[in-house]
Write a protein that binds this ligand. Structure first.
Ligand code: TNX
Length: 779
C-alpha cells in the first residue's frame, strides 16, 4: 500500500491559536471536561492488519471538526458522527477544509484501487486523516477511528498517535438470521445491521422461508401471506388463555419493508442475500398451495422443529410458481447471489409420489438425488438468465452442480472442501463452530437453544481456509459466516444474547489476517466492545462474564467450592455476603469452606467487574438437590441435547428444561444415597414438537407398564438396576408441573454413592415429560 500524502494544514492553524493565547488574550473560562485516555493498546475489534504506534496523542472533544470533501466522504463523516454521538454524547460537526483541530475523511485516488474496502488511518497530535480508495474502505476506516475513541468513555478523549493500514481478509463476512422460525421487527433487524456494520461484517443472509412460515410478501400469491405466514404454535402457546381460541403466530415483511431494509443495509455497506429454501423446508408453501407439493395433501404450516418431509413436486406449474417468486426476489434484492437452500430434503415424498416418479422416468433421471441436482441446475440456469448467481447449502453438491454455483458449507467443512476442489466458490459456516443457536456456556442462565456448546473461543478459533486445499483451491473460499437459527429463540433479547459477543469473534475471523488472530489478546479488547454494546442498547450475553460455582461435600460440614468464569477472566470473591470489588481476594484455587457458605464472585478485567456478582449459597440441603441443568443426559448424545422452553404460560415467564429428545433421561453421577429415604422429583411437560425424519429409528422409548408411562429410577447408571418407579398421570397440575416421591427402600445406611438415573418411560407423544429437579430426602 502506498503511503498517503499528508496535508496537515491544521498544524499551522493550531500554532497560530497557541500564539494568540500566549500574546496575553484573556482565556475563555470554559468548563473543562475530564479527558479520558483511550488504552495505550487500542481495543479494536476486529484487529487491523497493521498498526504502528507514533509519538504523542490526539485530543478529541466538542471542538473537533469533521472535514470531508465530496459526497462519499461526507456520507462517511455523517455515519462517523452518528457512531460518536451514540457512545460519547457529542455529535462532531462538519466544517470547511480549514477547520481545526479536525478529522479528515478523504477518498484518495492515489491509493490502490485493487484493494476494495482497504483504508489508511493516521492519528497525529495535530489531526486525524482517514483515507481510502473507495467509500466502503473509508467507512471501515471511520469505524476503526470511532473504536479508538470508544475505547474510552466521556466527551473528551485522548487517542494515541498511530498509523493503521487495513484491509479485510475475506470479501464475504456474513451473518444469517432465520426470520422464518421466529420473526423480528424491521427495527430489530436495523439494530442488527447497525451492529454488523461496526463489526465490519458485510453480508446479511436472510433466511425468509421455511416449514414454519413464509415471510416475503408476494402479491401474486396471496395465500403465501394469508396461510403460509401463520402457524398455530404447539401446545398451550397456541391458545389464547382468555378466549380459548387458537392464537396464531404470524408475520411477513411487506415489499416496502424489504426495500427499506435492503436500502438501510446498503447505506452500511451490507449486501442482503435472500434465501428461498427448496425443494425441502417448504411445508408452509404446501400448506398454502398443496398443488406444488409432492403428494397432493394439505398439511398445516408446521409448528414443529427438525427435518420435515414436504418437498415441491417437479411439474411445470410448480416451476412457474418458483420462477414468479424468484422474479419478485430478484426485483427486491439487488445482491449478486440468491440462496435457494437445498438442505435437508429427505426424498421420501419423491419416492412415494407416482407423479414425481413418472416425471423422473420421462426426464431419464436415475434417482431422487439426481432429481434434486436437476432441480438445482434448473434454478441455476434461471437465475443466470437474471444475471444472478445461485447459492445453496452443501447438499446441492450431491449429484453434481454447475461450476458457477456457490456452496455454503454447514455440515462441517467437508462440503466446502469438496466444493472448492470441484471449482466452486465456498462460504464456510460449519455448524459445530459457527451456529449461534448452540449455547455459549454451561450456565443455568442460558436461554433455550442447543447445549452442546459453541463457545466464544470456538467461534474465534475457526479457520475458514482448510489447510488441505491447494493455493488455487483456497481462492475459492469467499469467506465465513455465522448462522442464527431461531427455533428456540422466541424473543429479540434472546436472539441478541445468542449473537453477542460471539459476533465479535466472528468479525475477527472474517476480517483480520490469520497471523493477527490471538484469542488471549482478543479477550483484553473485549471489555471495550461490551461498553459499545451497552451504548447501543445491545442485550449481549451476560453468561460468559458470570462466575459459575460447583461444590463438593467433604467430611462433616466441610466443603470444597470451585469457581469458574467461562472465558477464564480473573475472579474475585467474598464469603461475607458483600459484593466483591477490585480489592476482594483473587480466586486462585478451590475454596475450602464449612457449610453453610455463601460465595459471591465476579469476573474482572483489571479493576472492572465484567458483570454483576454471581451469588452461590450452599448448605447441606442444597447438596441433596440437582436441577436438570446440573445433571448429565444419558447416553451423552452431544448435539441431540436440547434446552427447551415450556409451552406455557402463554404470557409471562416459562420454565426451561434440558432434555435429549431421542431418549429423555437424566443422570446424577455419584449421588450420595447414605441415609436417603426417597427421591422427590419435579417434572414439567412439553409438547413433543419434533420431526425426526430418517433419525426416527434412533429414538429409544423405555417400554411403559402404565397408560401414561412411569417415572423410573435406576442406580448404577441409566442401564443399571431399576430400583423405583411410579406411574405418571395423564397431565401435570395447573402450574404445569407434577411432583412424585419415589421411595428408595433399598438405599440403606451403607448405600453409598451411585450414578442415579431418572427416565420417563413410554411413547408419550405428542407430549413429553421433562425433569425439573430432584431432591434426595433423608430418613
Ligand atoms: C439445520 S443448517 C438446518 C436448519 C436448522 C438448524 C438448527 C441448515 C442448512 N438446516 O433448518 O434450523 O440445523 O441448528
Amino acid at each position: 500500500m502506498k503511503p498517503i500524502r499528508r496535508t496537515w494544514r491544521l498544524a499551522l492553524t493550531l500554532s497560530c491559536c497557541t500564539l494568540l493565547a500566549a500574546c496575553g488574550r484573556e482565556p475563555e473560562p470554559a468548563p473543562v471536561p475530564p479527558v479520558a485516555e483511550a488504552t495505550a493498546r487500542p481495543a479494536l475489534i476486529p484487529a487491523p492488519a497493521s498498526l504502528q504506534s507514533r509519538e504523542g496523542s490526539f485530543r478529541f472533544d466538542r471542538g473537533t471538526h469533521l472535514v470531508a470533501d465530496g459526497e462519499a466522504a461526507r456520507r462517511v463523516a455523517v455515519s462517523f458522527a452518528g457512531l460518536v454521538a451514540t457512545t460519547h454524547g457529542v455529535t462532531p460537526a462538519l466544517a470547511g477544509a480549514d477547520a481545526a483541530p479536525a478529522i479528515t475523511f478523504a477518498i484518495d485516488a492515489s491509493l490502490p484501487a485493487d484493494a476494495p474496502e482497504a483504508y489508511v488511518l493516521e492519528v497525529a497530535p495535530q489531526g486525524v486523516r482517514v483515507a481510502a480508495a473507495d467509500e466502503r474502505g473509508l467507512f471501515y476506516g471511520a469505524v476503526t477511528l470511532w473504536q479508538l475513541l470508544s475505547s474510552a468513555q466521556g466527551e473528551a478523549v485522548r487517542i494515541p498517535a498511530l498509523r493503521i493500514e487495513d484491509a479485510p481478509r475475506f470479501g464475504w463476512r456474513g451473518l444469517m438470521l432465520d426470520s422464518a422460525r421466529h420473526f423480528q421487527s424491521v427495527e430489530q433487524i436495523k439494530q442488527l445491521l447497525d451492529a454488523m456494520a461496526w463489526h465490519k461484517l458485510n453480508v446479511f443472509h436472510w433466511h425468509l422461508t421455511d416449514d414454519q412460515g413464509w415471510r416475503i410478501e408476494i402479491p401474486q400469491y396471496p395465500k403465501l401471506m394469508d396461510v403460509a405466514a401463520c402457524r398455530i404454535p404447539a401446545g398451550e402457546a397456541g391458545t389464547d388463555p382468555v378466549s380459548g381460541q387458537t392464537r396464531p403466530y404470524c408475520g411477513y415483511y411487506t415489499q416496502d419493508q424489504i426495500r427499506d431494509i435492503v436500502a438501510y443495509a446498503a447505506q452500511r455497506h451490507i449486501t442482503v442475500v435472500p434465501e428461498f429454501d427448496m425443494p425441502g423446508h417448504v411445508q408452509a408453501v404446501v400448506a398454502a398451495y398443496p398443488e406444488y407439493g409432492s403428494l397432493g395433501d394439505t398439511p398445516a404450516v408446521s409448528n414443529e422443529w427438525g427435518v420435515h418431509q414436504y418437498l415441491f413436486n417437479v411439474d411445470e406449474p410448480t416451476f412457474a410458481f418458483i420462477e414468479d417468486v424468484l422474479d419478485e426476489i430478484v426485483e427486491l434484492f439487488p445482491a449478486p447471489y440468491i440462496h435457494i437452500g437445498g438442505d435437508e430434503a429427505v426424498k421420501d415424498q419423491w419416492e412415494q409420489s407416482e407423479r414425481v416418479q413418472a416425471r423422473m422416468a420421462e426426464l431419464g433421471i436415475a434417482d431422487e438425488t439426481a432429481l434434486q441436482s436437476w432441480f438445482v441446475k434448473r434454478l441455476e440456469t434461471y437465475l443466470e438468465g437474471k444475471d444472478r448467481r445461485l447459492l445453496g447449502w452443501d447438499e446441492i453438491l450431491d449429484g453434481g452442480l454447475p461450476p458457477q454455483a456457490t456452496v455454503m458449507s454447514w455440515r462441517g467443512t467437508e462440503g466446502g472442501i469438496a466444493a472448492a476442489r470441484a471449482g466452486h466458490d465456498v462460504v464456510m459456516t460449519p455448524a459445530e463452530s459457527l451456529y449461534l443457536d448452540y449455547l455459549q456456556t454451561g450456565s443455568p442462565n442460558e436461554p433455550p437453544g442447543r447445549p452442546a456448546q459453541v463457545t466464544l473461543q470456538t467461534v474465534y478459533d475457526f479457520e475458514p481456509v482448510p489447510a488441505v486445499l491447494t493455493p488455487a483451491q483456497r481462492n475459492h473460499i469467499l469467506g465465513v459466516q455465522a448462522n442464527l437459527w431461531t427455533e428456540h429463540l422466541r424473543t429479540w433479547p434472546r436472539m441478541q444474547h445468542a449473537l453477542f459477543p460471539r459476533v465479535a469473534a466472528l468479525a475477527e475471523s472474517a476480517w483480520s489476517p490469520a497471523g493477527r488472530k490471538d484469542y488471549a489478546d482478543f479477550l483484553t479488547r473485549l471489555p471495550a466492545q461490551l461498553a459499545r454494546y451497552r451504548a447501543f442498547g445491545i442485550a449481549y450475553a451476560q453468561t460468559p462474564f458470570e462466575v459459575l460455582a460447583d461444590v463438593e461435600a467433604g467430611d462433616g460440614d466441610a466443603s470444597t467450592v470451585t469457581l469458574e468464569n467461562p472465558l477464564g477472566y480473573a475472579i474475585r470473591y467474598t464469603t461475607d455476603g458483600s459484593d466483591p470489588d477490585a480489592d476482594s481476594p483473587l480466586y486462585e484455587a478451590p475454596l475450602q469452606a464449612p457449610l453453610p457458605v455463601e460465595v459471591r464472585a465476579a469476573a474482572f478485567a483489571g479493576t472492572t467487574a465484567l458483570a454483576p456478582a454471581s451469588r452461590h449459597a450452599f448448605d447441606a440441603a442444597r447438596l441433596r438437590v440437582r436441577t436438570d441443568e446440573q445433571m448429565a443426559t444419558c447416553p451423552d448424545t452431544g448435539r441431540l441435547l436440547l434446552r427447551l422452553e415450556d409451552d406455557g404460560p402463554p404470557d409471562g415467564e416459562r420454565a426451561i428444561f434440558n432434555v435429549t429428545i431421542f431418549r429423555p433421561c437424566w443422570l446424577w453421577a455419584g449421588a450420595e444415597l447414605d441415609g436417603i429415604a426417597s427421591a422427590k422429583v419435579r417434572l414439567g411437560r412439553l409438547p413433543y414438537y419434533f420431526q425426526l425424519a430418517h433419525d426416527e429409528p434412533a429414538r429409544r422409548f423405555e417400554p411403559a407398564q402404565s397408560p401414561h408411562g412411569e417415572l423410573l429410577l435406576r442406580t448404577g447408571g441409566c442401564e443399571g438396576e431399576p430400583v423405583a418407579s411410579l406411574p405418571l398421570p395423564e397431565a401435570p397440575g395447573a402450574d404445569g408441573f407434577i411432583e412424585l416421591d419415589l421411595p428408595l427402600p433399598d438405599a440403606g445406611a451403607d448405600a453409598g454413592r451411585t450414578d442415579l438415573c431418572l427416565i420417563a418411560t413410554g411413547d408419550t407423544r405428542p407430549t413429553m415429560w421433562v425433569l425439573d429437579r430432584v431432591e434426595l430426602v433423608p430418613r
